[in-house]
Design a protein around this ligand. Structure first.
Ligand code: HEM
Ligand code: HEM
Length: 133
């Protein structure tokens, strides 16, 4: 169960990261396709849209899964130091997202640069935690 909940966090994280992946693929590849491939462009954007729209909910899902993973493991085993590092990173990441969304109303700024940097640091935090639970 502890492992399952851990993977739920990872899946939510990946779903949130697809926001970034889709946008970049769209900008550097899809939008540069010739106009006669209009159909591919349209289809790509249809698939991309929900990932942009629900980005914040995937992030909140990750925090929810993290809370349950933490409580379950805290009650059953011990406190994993690498888990705590990953959790702190995730809390900073989601706080930055909430700040940008609620206070800055999604306008670009330092918060977004930090939000993006921490999102990528999260990969190392997760890898470390899985390698040394
Ligand atoms: C963003 C934060 C976290 C992520 C993404 C995460 C992810 C994961 C994943 C994917 C696993 C399963 C690894 C496997 O299948 O080999 C796992 C296991 C585990 N995690 Fe986390 N975790 C996080 C936070 C935490 C925290 C805060 C704690 C400690 C309180 C913790 C303690 C553990 C423990 C003890 C296991 C082993 C569970 C078992 O063997 O049943 N994790 N975690
Ligand atoms: C696991 C959690 C999260 C991850 C991995 C994540 C990752 C990212 C990344 C990489 C970007 C940059 C996109 C780009 O460069 O185009 C971004 C943008 C953004 N994030 Fe997050 N984020 C998370 C959670 C959240 C949450 C919880 C919120 C708000 C409640 C949020 C709000 C935003 C906003 C407003 C933007 C800028 C607009 C946009 O690209 O949609 N994020 N996020």
């Amino acid at each position: 169960m502890g492992e399952f909940l851990g993977w739920c966090i990872v899946v939510s994280y990946v779903l949130a990261m697809l926001n970034f992946a889709f946008k970049r693929i769209n900008k550097y590849y899809i939008s540069k396709l010739p106009n006669k491939q209009e159909n591919i462009k349209k289809q790509f954007r249809v698939v991309m849209k929900p990932f942009i729209k629900y980005h914040r909910y995937f992030g909140l899902l990750a925090i929810l899964a993290l809370t349950i993973h933490f409580i379950y493991i805290y009650l059953n085993y011990w406190i994993s130091p690498t888990g705590v590092i990953a959790a702190i990173t995730m809390v900073i990441l989601v706080s930055l997202g909430l700040f940008g969304y609620l206070i800055k109303k999604g306008k670009k700024g330092t918060w977004l640069v930090l939000h993006r940097v921490v999102a990528f640091l999260m990969i190392f935090a997760i890898a470390l935690h899985i390698a040394r639970r």
